[in-house]
Write a protein that binds this ligand. Structure first.
Ligand code: ZN
Length: 157
């Protein structure tokens, strides 16, 4: 089994059997000694993401409205996972909900490093802090006129 891992795995220090791959930006993100040592001990292969897959991930992330939540590192790791998912059985390890959500939309299997796995695909909705109503879309509350804020839909656990 091939695992594509973001920084969550190395920060939590979970032991995994199999081939672990990550991207250079994840390595750069790990600032503390313990996470870096964990990454070395796990014999992680570091591969840069391919441009064509970065483009595909960016397009798909736009569709699920997760793009504002995704960092460059998130997009890199998703691009790497997408590349491998086309040729092998691959699992993406991440505790980031936006990364998990986008991965599910891309048809990539997801596993958390520490947190519980999201059951359903998360999608966004709009919330009015004025009257506490929820709306599927819009910028302004049609009831009280307050500016709507984008929130994650609650997943049913
Ligand atoms: Zn309102």
């Amino acid at each position: 089994m091939i695992y594509i891992a973001d920084s969550s795995l190395f920060i939590i220090g979970k032991r995994i059997e199999g081939n672990i791959i990550t991207v250079p930006s994840v390595g750069e993100e790990l600032r503390d000694e313990t996470s870096r040592t964990t990454m070395e001990l796990m014999n992680v292969r570091i591969e840069p993401p391919l441009k064509s897959f970065i483009r595909e991930v960016t397009l798909k992330a736009g569709l699920t409205k997760d793009s504002e939540e995704l960092s460059k590192t998130d997009i890199d790791i998703l691009a790497k996972a997408l590349e491998y998912s086309r040729k092998e059985d691959v699992v993406l390890i991440s505790d980031d909900y936006a990364v998990q959500n986008t991965a599910i939309h891309l048809g990539i299997k997801v596993m958390p490093a520490g947190q519980k796995k999201i059951r359903d695909v998360l999608l966004w909705e709009k919330f009015c802090f004025g009257c506490k109503r929820r709306f599927p879309q819009g910028d302004e509350c049609p009831v009280c006129g307050t500016a709507l804020k984008k929130i994650r839909k609650k997943n049913r656990n």
